[in-house]
Design a protein around this ligand. Sequence first.
Ligand SMILES: *Cc1c(COP(=O)(O)O)cnc(C)c1O
Length: 413
Amino acid sequence: MEFLPKDDPELAGLIKNEEFRIENTIDLIAAENHSPRSINEALGSVFNTKTIEGYPGKRFHAGCVYADEVENLAITRGKQLFGAEHINVQPHSGTSANLAVYFSVLEVGDRILAMRLPHGGHLSHGHRASITSKCFEFNHYGVDYDTELIDYDKVRERAHEFKPKMIVVGASSYPRIIDYEKMAEIAKEMSAYLFADMAHLAGLVAANVIPSPLPSCDFVTLTCYKTMMGGRGGVILCRRQHGKKVDRAVFPGCQGTSAVNSIAAKALIFKLAMTPEFAAIQKKTLENAKRLAKELDSKGYRIVTGGTENHQVLVDVSSKGLDGNAAEKILEAVGILTNRNVIPADANSPGKVSGLRLGSSAVSTRGMAKPEIVKIADLIDMALLGCDDKGLLDRVLQTVIALCKKFQVYNSG
Ligand SMILES: *Cc1c(COP(=O)(O)O)cnc(C)c1O
């Protein structure tokens, strides 16, 4: 930082503190990742001040020559990376991307079938607190309580009863591979659109380490800051025939000017995502999640669905007499960041959260592998079981800091 400390020392101090916090904590929040420093440079670039409305070549203000090139770069690279027929790189977030998809081909009041939030779905999939539920008539499917897996026969049954115009597949907390082909069959039976929300999974999909929803879906949305590690922002991918409607739904439908700095960061992460280094991190992310699940399972923690096939590990901490809120707090105090989460079994007892959601993205990005994951599982267990022992918690915290020093996020190289 060159100018900020002069203009606002207080804010500059907070940014420094945040950097220190990032360096010295183990981030197991499944919805976060560390980005390359070049992403922050793109986000903080002069493109931040360019006002653009419309699309490359069809803008409503002058001076868009380089902004057009940036957006075209993001479009070309994004289509290539995901094998998409059409892409819109303007959504400010995953939620705005989802809103635009709904409004692209549906009318207010139309029916949408999506995954229930307590079973893994997202607020923007028709939760009653979300504007999405006020615009469309949602109905929800869930997982089987025994297997904790999506019950595709039940989805089919519900779809035939409800007759939605669109089916949404994709989740915030679902650690298993989704059968997009089966969902596409169900959607086809009622001529419904199939929309996959791969907010969490985009980086893994980009690196080809888990199946892509693209071949089976009319629409796919993603966020760039989760496994994708490219900073904040949303993206829509869709079939060619929906392209014009999607573009109109984003602008002028749901948004005004779009953030060229954010589009620049998207162009950058799409380029980096085609490198072997990116693929190696995503592969490691999968391995590390599997290892973490295995270690915690062997210590007697019940792992929701019995394991993982992506970057998430959902732990039922009630199996250790804890609740998710307490577990999150205890771990935060020793420098291990997680988030409390509902699990399917919680669905009927609101207010009581039994789950702790862990993610392997950020630790994998900073280079941690099997020995560190084994250690982290030990530290989690020690802290949770010894949460009344101040001396022990302090030793865990010191071990966490030492581990972070060996695997620096920003300060190395
Ligand atoms: C994270 C997430 C989003 C996007 O959220 P924003 O905070 O709006 O970027 C959308 N859908 C799912 C399933 C998510 O997990």
